[in-house]
Each structure stands twice: as C-alpha cells, then as structure tokens.
Design a protein. Structure first.
Length: 450
C-alpha cells in the first residue's frame, strides 16, 4: 500500500521512533491504557521533538492518514483505522513557578510528576485522581479532580498552550492571541492541533486536610442523603466523593473487604479541617471506620487505588442536575439487586463551588450540574460481557430522570461523542474552529466527527 511506503520513509527521517504493523513490538505499542478497547492504527509514533512532529504531519498529508495524539493511551474510544497514534513521552519538561503559582508542563508528563514536584509547597495541581494520567490528556478534555469545587475543571485552569498547527507553525497561544482556539482546546484540545506543552494555574492549598468515613452498605441511602444535604453548606474549599463498593470474593483481596459491600465518604479540604461539616455525615449512621487529619495530594494519589498499569475495564457515567430522595432510593435499590453484581463500584462526586463560575471560557463545563456519577465494571478473563452490559444499561436507565443536559468529556465512554457535553450551538462552534485550525483534516477527529 502507498501509505506504508510513505510511513516507512517518515520512519527513516525521525529522530524518535515509528512502529509499523509487522514490527515485533507493534501489538504492545498500539494498545491503549484500557485494554478492553481495540485499536488498529497504521502505526505508533514516539516523536522526540517538534521537528519530528512536522515530519509526521507531512507524512499524514502524503499518505492520506490522520494523526491521533494519545500521550499515555488514556481516553481511547475507537479503532483508529487510517491513523497514526502519536505518543508524547519525550515532551517531559516540568517547570514550577512557586512565586505566582503556575506550572509549565510538557504534554508527555503524568500528573504524578507534578504532584511530587509540588509536595510541601503550599500549592496543589488541579490533577485527576490517577497519578499516571497525562496532564495534557486530562486537561484538554476538561478534567474533574479532587480540587474541582475549589478551582474548577482542569481546563478552567489552562492559561496557555504551545501548539503545533497543521501547517507546521508552532507557537504559544493564550486568550489574547487566539480566544477561539483557547475556548476550543479547553475540552476538545486534541482535535485542534498538537499541544506540546501547557501552562496551568496551580491551586493555593495552605493546609490540605482529608477524611474517610466507612459505613455498612445497608446505610447507603441515609448516608448519601446526608452528603446531598451537606452540599448546600459546603464551602468551595471542601470536595466530597462517595463510593459504593461491592467487592468480589477473590482470594487476592484482603480479608477485611473480600466479598463485602460498603460505602465510603471521602472529603478533601484545601483550607484546613472540615471536621464540623463531616461530623454531620457521620451522625447519619454508624461509622465503621474513620480516618481524618492533615494529608497531601501525594498521599491521596497513593491511596487512590487507581490502576498503575494498563488493564481492561468498562464503565458508565452520568451527570445529574439533582439528587433527590426518590433518585437516591432508586439508585440504592438498583445497587442491592443481586443481578447487578457486575458493577463493582459506583462513585458519586459533589459538584458546585468553583464549577459554577469558570474563570475562563471553554467548551468543557459542569455549570448547572449537581452531581457526577460513574459505575465501574471489571473485565474478567473469558467472562461474557452481557451481564456487565445489562448492568450499565440499567444504571443509565435509573439515572435518566435526573440526567443533566451535559457532562464533561473525560467522563465519556468509548464511542461516545462531544455532542453529549454541550448544546448544539457549542458543538457547531467547535466544528467551525476545527475546520479553521485543521483545514486538511490531518488530525483525527476524536470525539468530534465531522
């Protein structure tokens, strides 16, 4: 095929690498973070610098291919036929300005490196729950974090990007230089150009404090109501997650959780103790275990339980406008049904706070959304996917009554598009900006089909 000769020529011109079908390492290289998603690209490139990226743009143009930027393989949603995957690991610079609270981060950097660099500084990053997710992939797709009630979405904190346009020009862009492009990259960045670095605001956090309260599963409805009621009084400095867990009976799990169901309420404050507020939740039912006190983002990341290696998994999510008593009862009843065993975890995230008043205009937004819910369905070897599919469909059906008009792109599942994240007018604006930014269509359309 003609494209193979073009890509082979590009490989010889690169300082970095380009792995093609037939190469021994191709199958490993093409896999995304979620191993349940199959990708069959034309190749997998690891450019070493901007000049390598220009070589790849020319090759894509000559071969009639597209480039799909996946810094660490997270967020994969399709098979990428006709595309070359671009891994950005070589773009790994981290610069912290502690005087003003700004970080300049290469697009191959993972959040763990930034969190570590800020330890003990009085600043925290608007980072996701997993330290192995890339700053670029997370921020450019919106990104909801432990500090989103305090500082907004990850994209709200994006000050500027260094971007390689499809014509080969590379420049720093902020809201003064190109407000339309910045609006678009805050939620759909990967389809506007190749972002090589980001400039992000850090979050002042003079005294990070955390709490975790564990309850019996039978008290779930009462406890979730208490968290719901807490939202009315919680300051923006307080962020609260609820996790309903049904652990399988597997020998590798610790005795204290193997085969058990329980509910955990986790809180993180950027401004010292919130004991008085969290005590209100603790009074809702008998607390089985409680831990609270000073903590740090590094400690929170280490305790997150997020996978640190690629693994298969599936899930479903929904953004809710409200979480009323009827919805809580319906959700708990659904959770208790024996046939819903495929769902190991259901997470509920309190929104509001700074999310209601984004500091910068962007495509991604959670304004007007009260709660973010997600369900996790593990993928077991040689097991049928049908029970899990049925459970995820049931989960969506239960939540449909209170579903918000939009969600955040980082919570989209495979195959879901940006049409779920904004009104039609915003999606149409995004398409117009994309045509201007990439008239030849050299970048994969991602979650925004033309």
């Amino acid at each position: 095929m003609a494209h193979l000769s073009v890509l082979d020529a590009a490989r010889r011109a690169l300082r970095g690498s380009l792995i093609l079908p037939g190469d021994e390492s191709f199958d490993d290289a093409r896999r995304p973070w979620n191993l349940a998603v199959e990708q069959h690209p034309l190749g997998v490139a690891s450019p070493s610098d901007v000049d390598d990226l220009r070589v790849l743009l020319r090759a894509a143009s000559d071969a009639g291919a597209t480039l799909a930027v996946q810094p660490t393989g997270h967020g994969a949603s399709g098979d990428l036929a006709g595309s070359v995957i671009v891994r950005m690991g070589a773009f790994d610079d981290v610069e912290i300005d502690r005087e003003v609270g700004v970080a300049r981060v290469g697009s191959g950097v993972r959040w763990g490196a930034v969190v570590d660099a800020l330890e003990g500084s009085g600043w925290v990053a608007p980072a996701g729950t997993s330290p192995v997710v890339s700053v670029a992939g997370y921020t450019l797709a919106g990104g909801h974090s432990w500090f989103s009630r305090t500082a907004g979405l990850g994209s709200d904190n994006l000050r500027a990007v260094w971007i390689l346009r499809s014509d080969g020009s590379h420049e720093r862009v902020d809201d003064e230089v190109d407000p339309d492009l910045m609006w678009a990259v805050r939620g759909a960045g990967a389809v506007m150009g190749i972002v090589t670095a980001l400039e992000i605001d850090l979050v002042p956090a003079p005294a990070v404090w955390g709490a975790a309260l564990t309850f019996e599963a039978r008290d779930a409805a009462t406890v979730i109501r208490a968290v719901r009621d807490l939202a009315a009084d919680a300051p923006p400095s307080l962020n609260v997650f609820v996790d309903s867990m049904r652990m399988p009976y597997l020998p590798q799990l610790p005795d204290e959780i193997r085969g058990r169901s329980f509910l955990t309420v986790q809180a993180l404050s950027s401004d010292g103790s919130a004991d008085e507020l969290i005590r209100r939740v603790g009074r809702a039912a008998t607390v089985q275990r409680q831990d609270s006190g000073p903590t740090s983002p590094r400690a929170v990341a280490q305790a997150s339980g997020e996978p640190t290696e690629p693994t298969p998994g599936r899930g479903a999510s929904a953004a809710l406008s409200t979480l009323d008593d009827e919805m809580i009862d319906d959700l708990v009843r659904f959770r208790e049904m024996p046939e819903q065993w495929p769902i190991m975890g259901i997470g509920i995230r309190m929104l509001g706070g700074a999310l209601e008043s984004p500091r910068r205009a962007g495509f991604a937004t959670l304004q007007g959304v009260g709660w973010l819910l997600h369900a996790l369905v593990p993928v077991l070897p040689d097991a049928s996917s049908e029970p899990g599919d049925a459970s995820m469909a049931g989960f969506a059906e239960v939540l449909a009554r209170a579903k918000a008009p939009h969600t955040v792109p980082t919570f989209l599942g495979p195959g879901q598009t940006l049409e779920r994240c904004a009104p039609t007018a915003s999606v149409d604006r995004l398409r117009r900006i994309r045509v201007t930014a990439d008239p030849e269509g050299l970048l994969h359309e991602g979650r925004l089909p033309r």
